[in-house]
Design a protein around this ligand. Structure first.
Ligand SMILES: *Cc1c(COP(=O)(O)O)cnc(C)c1O
Length: 362
């Protein structure tokens, strides 16, 4: 249930067992709606969004466009759908899009642009902050020649997940936006965690995406909503995107049922992301003091905490932690722990105790 509340199990004989709350660091998608957000969902005005008549969806779209300084916005079911709809709206069959090799679009979305859109993906290596090299981007843009797939779009990620949740500044983004626009190409930001970047950099989100054409952000991660993402851009772009969303089966009816949660999230949950970031620092600092853990504290800038465990077997450690109520992933490569709305600073301290006690066994 809500944050901080342990579950209570009643046995047949009437004995009550108080179960410790599981601390789930697997992802910020693990957040559950707060009682206030559930109330907002309960009270939501609804209508048929395919007909443009869901007042909550319309209000969420207006708010999102406003907050990001774009003309229009479109509610979509997920970040993956937002990025896919953006690709389909910017590119045609046979076109190519340039993305980072470690980007979510390249690695975590099932190859959607290629599978659905006939769009090839050109993946370039990022630097340690998740930034593409502008010169390499330039040299990867194909000249107009029918031998080549036509370069039609560039996409970047903010914050960049795989390199540790580093927030990209407006200047970082502008360098790449300038390259894109020099070649008349649109540039898209996969901003699944854009508001984490905005809070960490103490910069309005609109400023961070001022120089780009389109942006997706997730309501269902640290903003705490159960479902949904929003895609923003020009009126013309959003009209195209609305068509592609329908084609993909993403035209939904009484969307207010989750748009109300999104409105609540934008009104109440942006500034509190700072709490996740401070919990991430607290966790990272604690981990750095545990024998057998290697972590680069300078890289912990938002809510993602990556580290390595230099002893024991990852799957066994993971199982032992989970038995003691602490879940995190992914032990195949680096460990990633993500503090979020459902985790407070006491939970961080308890998790550190558990991690230390488990690692002491090795
Ligand atoms: C989670 C995530 C997405 C996709 O979001 P879903 O809602 O899970 O489809 C896209 N990009 C990044 C960087 C993400 O972390």
């Amino acid at each position: 249930m809500a944050r901080g509340i342990a579950r209570i199990r009643e046995h047949k004989d009437g004995v009550m067992e108080y179960l410790m709350k599981e601390i789930n660091f697997l992802s910020d998608t693990a957040t559950l709606p707060s009682p206030e957000m559930r109330q907002a969902i309960f009270d939501a005005d609804m209508g048929d969004d395919v007909a443009g008549e869901d007042p909550s969806a319309n209000r969420l779209e207006d708010m999102a466009a406003n907050i990001l300084g774009k003309e229009a916005a479109l509610v979509v079911s997920s970040g993956t759908m937002g990025n896919l709809v953006a690709s389909l709206s910017h590119c045609e069959r046979g076109d190519e899009m340039i993305v980072g090799q470690l980007s979510h679009i390249n690695r975590g979305e099932g190859g959607g642009p290629s599978v659905i859109g006939g769009i090839s993906i050109k993946a370039l290596e990022e630097n340690a902050s998740g930034l593409l090299d502008p010169d390499q981007v330039k040299s990867s843009i194909h000249p107009d020649n029918f031998h080549y797939p036509k370069t039609a779009m560039i996409a970047i990620e903010n914050t960049h997940n795989a390199t540790g949740g580093i927030p990209l500044t407006r200047e970082d983004t502008k360098v790449l936006a300038d390259v894109a626009h020099q070649y008349d190409l649109p540039i898209h930001v996969d901003g699944a965690r854009l508001f984490d970047a905005a809070v960490a950099l103490e910069t309005p989100a609109a400023e961070l995406v001022k120089d780009v054409d389109t942006v997706t952000f997730c309501l269902s991660k640290s903003l705490g909503a159960p479902v949904g993402s929003v895609l923003c851009g020009s009126n013309e772009f959003v009209n195209k995107a609305r068509r592609w969303r329908k084609v993909l089966g993403g035209g939904m009816r009484q969307v207010g049922v989750f748009a109300a949660a999104g409105i609540y999230a934008l009104e109440n949950n942006i500034n509190r992301l700072a709490e996740d970031h401070s919990n991430a620092r607290r966790l990272a600092k604690g981990l750095s003091g545990i024998s057998g853990i290697s972590i680069d504290l300078d890289k912990v800038r938002t809510n993602l905490v990556f580290f390595e465990i230099t002893k024991g077997s990852p799957s066994e450690i993971s199982r032992r932690l989970s038995e003691k109520g602490v879940r995190g992933g992914s032990p195949e490569t680096r460990w990633r722990f993500v503090p979020h709305y459902g985790i407070n600073s006491d939970d961080i301290d308890r998790a550190l105790d558990v991690i230390e006690s488990v690692l002491r066994e090795y």
